[in-house]
Each structure stands twice: as C-alpha cells, then as structure tokens.
Design a protein around this ligand. Sequence first.
Ligand SMILES: [Zn+2]
Length: 280
Amino acid sequence: MPELPEVETVCRGLRPWLEGRRLASVIQRRPDLRWPLPDRFVARLEGRTIARIERRAKYMLAHLDDGWVLLMHLGMSGRLAVAADPDAPFEPHDHVVFLTDQGCQVRFNDPRRFGFMDLLPAHGIEDSAHFRGLGPEPLGNAFNGPELAARLAGRRTPIKAALLDQKTVAGLGNIYVCEALYVAGLSPRRQAHTVQGRRAERLANATRGVLRRAIAAGGSSLRDYRQASGELGYFQHDWAVYDKQGHPCPDCDCRVADTGGIRRIVQSNRSTFYCPRRQR
Ligand SMILES: [Zn+2]
C-alpha cells in the first residue's frame, strides 16, 4: 500500500510531465473506481491546464486553471505512471488515462480499485469531506513537538493508535508509525497523554526524519519513471523494525538468543514491531 513518502515521490515524478501542461484528452475506461467518477469527468478535464500538483496527506491534488482540483488517491494498489510507449495497448486495470498537449501519457492503473478520483472547487477545499478534521502535515511547519504534545494531551490510548489517527497528524500509516516510535525510543504501548515535552519533541523529529529518508530513497527510483514496468511508488526500504520480528535490533547491542530481538504484537488489529529494550 502506498504510504505518504510513496505518494510524495509520485507527485514529484509527475510534476515535470504534467505541471503547466494542457490535458489534450482523457480516457475513462470504467464508470467507477472505489466510488463513481464525477459526472462529466472527461468533459470537465479535457482542455484544462494543470497549474500545479500538491500533496496533502496521501492525496494528490492537481490544481486546474478553472479553479477546480482533480483529487487523486492511490488506495491500496493504485499506480500513476508515465507510459513509456503511448501506443502500447492498455492493461486490464488501466482505468483512467491522461494525455497532455506534449504527447505525454499518464495511466492510472489499480487492480483492487480502492483508489479514487474526485473534482472539487479549490476554494474551501480544506473544509471538504476528504480534508475536514485532518491533522497537520507531518512535513509541514505546523507539525512540531509542542503541537504534537497538545494533540496528545489527555488521550488515553496507546501512542501507536494516536499516531495512526489522522486527526493527530495527517497521512501516517502503520510502517512509518512503527519506525518513528522506534527512532524516538518510545514504546508503542505507552499512553499517548504521557508523550509531552521532550518526548513529544523526539517523536515529532523522528516522524519527520523517517519520512524524509524514505522520500530521499524514493527519489532515486525516479529515473525509472518512464518504464511501463516500473514500480515507482513501491520502493522497499530497509526498515529498522517493520516486518523484522526476531531480527536483532539495529541499535541495541543485544543477542537475539537472549532477548528475542524485534518483537511483534497486535494493536487495533494491526501488527506493531518494536524493540522492548530500546523503546520505553
Ligand atoms: Zn533495541
């Protein structure tokens, strides 16, 4: 499933091809993705110029020159890729195809169809159903130790669950929450309201750090962007704890035989990976 750094990487990869470009044609190959596509979807997009592409949480926003925004979400298995060969036959799950005035073709492919697209007026978009109540952007200026501490104050829930709650901070998924808690040295079971002061500072910095490193790693995959077979947006990192059950902790000088290494527990039906020695 694409997480925030993957979505950011896709945005960065698409900008050179789409920003400032006019949509010469749009092909809609089915009426719905996760939800029905908007009425007159193709007619409302064709002829429009994409002014700029932004990311908010795990949404991609293509701002159009008529004051509307094409909102795109990759869901579980969505991919947006520049077609290496625009004449290549469509794949079965190529659902929406954008062709620019420069002849660049971007295909949205999504086998499981949990992705979606919508058209929204740019004005007041923060109050739309998609964005209302979303917490601050973890890489934005509004996210820092004091802000995080304020959002965790009084919360009687494990810190892991509080971080996955999109109202606390926007766009964090299971992998990055596990990694950020590891870097911050905080137990995923710790009560959220106890993460204040220096602990909140450490956690905010750790969150930004793991996301930034993942985005930097993703940037190196951009050169493959035009390969139709390219898996841009799904690059693998070498996680410290995620999916590392039983592996030695990269930070502790502990022997797996003694400690069991990285531990896996289940919280709110999701796997949590952590080092019980380092994370308190
Ligand atoms: Zn450790």
